[in-house]
Design a protein around this ligand. Structure first.
Ligand SMILES: Cc1ncc(COP(=O)(O)O)c(C=O)c1O
Length: 397
């Protein structure tokens, strides 16, 4: 075997993803891209805000001396100061530049955090349905993922299920709000409850247990809902986020991680994270992007556009008999599969040229995910196909 057995195993177990992708490509070639309704990817279809392009042009016109050189592995202090100001405003706490480091997106940031805190064999609790990469990220750093379910009807935090999953080896709990794939935003009460639970776990295990709050969708929230600041509610917390979604820059790999300034070991944590950012080979987050996002902390893409696509989809799918939680944020719907086997359902949908991801891909068989960060016209064009699909699975006559 030319590659590690473990990696070969991961690839073969996820081969259905590749098959789905290939089938989508085949459908596009045979029927034309406009007749295939692809809701598989969380890749924003919108362009970054005009302020981003303006700042980019200005920097290109007037390059700063040394702007492409290596830097402090934590990132430019001007960028970290701008972000710290925002975090301080949201949390009411004294967050400063020394409490955060710039990372290669949230994905890079999560790897840095896990590398920084995990001893071999320590456990990280993930909450189903979950972003599938968590399992691989945890494994990257010798950790063991432990699954606990959120409430199966509402997808809200199930504190009893989390408590039952905590052992002496628990090192961290990853939460993601607004959630991919459910769109749920955890409220202050749930998060305070989690904070209490973590405090008790720390006393019981005698070591620090972290809540890692993965928040790349924190500014993609609808109906005026504000995503609570985790720092205010959970002392042992680390925020990991990016500008992949709020500024529509996923290809630019720019994000940050921040530690709760109330944590007595906050600066030791950051020292570890800076070391890991370097030795994981990220070295530092992209220099040009750091310069640009420093001035864009109050700017984001048009959220109302996503909200109206959510409403369009919800209205039509509810009318057709599909059942799902109304998402408060992010840009996904996670309906129940009308037939028991979600992979079978996704295959049936393909027959109608609708491309979806089965819930099994999120540790949640029996559901499917729709990503609606797509062109509105594609959603509109897909409605007759959804109608036929609803008839085929017996939701309507
Ligand atoms: C829940 C969640 N976490 C992390 C990421 C990674 O985001 P980034 O592009 O910032 O690495 C994604 C991307 O889709 C996501 O959905």
């Amino acid at each position: 075997m030319a590659i590690a057995n473990k990696i070969a195993g991961y690839i073969s177990r996820s081969s259905w993803i590749r098959k789905m992708f290939e089938e989508g490509e085949r459908l596009r070639q045979e029927f034309g891209a406009e007749n295939v309704y692809d809701f598989t990817l969380g890749n924003p279809d919108v362009e970054p805000p005009k302020e981003f392009h303006k700042a980019l042009q200005q920097l290109a016109k007037k390059p700063l001396p040394g702007m492409h050189r290596y830097m402090n592995n934590a990132g430019y202090s001007e960028t970290r100061t701008a972000i710290a100001r925002k975090l301080a405003e949201d949390s009411g706490l004294q967050v400063t530049a020394e409490h955060l480091i710039m990372t290669c997106g949230a994905g890079g940031g999560l790897n840095v955090v896990l590398k920084t805190i995990l001893n071999p064999g320590e456990e990280v609790i993930i909450l189903a349905p979950y972003f599938v990469e968590y399992k691989f990220y945890i494994d990257n750093h010798g950790g063991v993922p432990v699954e606990a379910w959120t409430n199966r009807e509402t997808f809200r935090l199930d504190l009893d299920a989390i408590a039952a999953a905590i052992t002496n080896k628990t090192r961290a709990i990853i939460i993601n709000s607004p959630n991919n794939p459910t769109g749920v935003i955890y409220n202050e009460e749930e998060l305070s409850g989690l904070g209490e639970l973590v405090k008790r776990a720390q006393i019981r295990t005698g070591h620090q247990v972290y809540v890692i709050s993965d928040e790349p969708y924190s500014r993609v929230a609808y109906d005026g809902i504000k995503v609570p600041s985790i720092f205010k509610l959970i002392e042992s917390s680390v925020v990991v986020t990016s500008h992949s979604k709020d500024l529509a820059l996923p290809g630019e790999r720019i994000g940050y991680l921040a530690v709760n300034p109330q944590m007595p070991t906050a600066l030791q944590f950051i020292e570890g994270a800076v070391f890991c950012n370097r030795t994981l080979g990220f070295v530092n987050a992209p220099a040009l992007m750091q310069r640009l996002v420093a001035g864009l902390q109050d700017v984001f893409v048009d959220i109302s556009d996503y909200q109206s696509k959510r409403d369009l989809f919800l209205e039509n799918l509810n009318r057709l008999g599909f059942s799902m939680v109304k998402p408060d944020g992010a840009f996904y719907l996670f309906p129940k599969s009308p037939i028991a086997d979600d992979v079978e359902f996704v295959k049936l949908a393909q027959k109608h040229h609708i491309l979806l991801v089965p819930g099994s891909g999120f540790g949640a068989p029996g559901y499917f995910r729709i990503a609606y960060c797509v062109n509105r016209k594609m959603i509109e064009r897909s409605i007759p196909a959804w109608e036929q699909l609803a008839v085929e699975v017996g939701l309507r006559k």
